[in-house]
Design a protein around this ligand. Structure first.
Ligand SMILES: CC(C)(COP(=O)(O)OP(=O)(O)OC[C@H]1O[C@@H](n2cnc3c(N)ncnc32)[C@H](O)[C@@H]1OP(=O)(O)O)[C@@H](O)C(=O)NCCC(=O)NCCS
Length: 179
């Protein structure tokens, strides 16, 4: 049976390995190494109170994982960036990714999150409420190589707020290679 729970530090090794395997399968071993290093850095360098991870477990096996970290703007708004996301290759295409993202969104909403942003495939993330986001509305922290992948959703309003200024992301994501 599939279970969705918040990420706990004792799951770090399994989750890092999951990202390595999934991205190696889909995009080659170099990408597997890159994204699993990102996850290792996210877990190792993000203030524990600021790292919101969620995992999908089939029995005791980690089959999906997602991480949200704060995006900090000049004005106070509880905003989080969703990245990265992985579902074990043999479990893909069965709804696990969407269920896990919905679970994470609900948990963050209960904790007062107002705004969620992600960077990826608009078709996939559109299924969990993310809409294309122009940088005239909300800027990205770094230069985007794929501006069409800049996506957002408000958890408190039907419309996205326009927010002035460039936000900052957590140190682990503050590297042009991921953008
Ligand atoms: C992208 C990913 C997280 C989606 O999770 P999933 O559990 O396979 O997705 P779901 O079954 O919940 O959602 C299905 C939708 O996702 C997309 N999708 C399904 N399998 C996919 C795959 N292998 N690769 C990419 N997108 C896929 C389709 O648009 C599908 O829509 P449909 O159901 O209308 O056909 C997962 O396939 C994955 O980990 N891929 C490799 C790593 C990656 O690209 N991560 C995201 C970037 S950070």
């Amino acid at each position: 049976m599939m279970n969705f729970t918040p990420f706990a530090p004792h799951q770090a090794a399994d989750v890092i390995h999951l990202f390595f395997q999934v991205f190696s399968d889909s995009e080659g071993e170099a990408e597997g190494q890159l994204i699993s290093n990102l996850v290792k850095d996210l877990i190792g360098t993000t203030n524990a109170a600021e790292l919101a991870g969620f995992v999908a477990l089939d029995g005791d096996e980690h089959v999906g994982a997602i991480f949200f970290t704060p995006l900090t703007f000049q004005r106070p708004i509880q905003a989080f960036l969703l990245s990265p996301v992985a579902v074990k290759t043999s479990y893909q295409g069965q709804g696990v990714g969407q269920q896990l993202i919905k679970f994470g969104i609900e948990q963050l909403q209960q904790q007062g999150a107002e705004l969620l942003i992600t960077y990826g495939d608009p078709n996939f993330y559109g299924k969990t409420g993310f809409q294309p986001l122009a940088e005239t509305i909300i800027q990205a922290p770094l230069l985007l190589s794929y501006p069409h992948g800049w996506l957002g959703q408000s958890l408190v309003s039907d419309t996205m707020p326009t927010i002035a200024g460039k936000p900052s992301c957590v140190p682990a994501l503050n590297n042009p290679i991921y953008w």
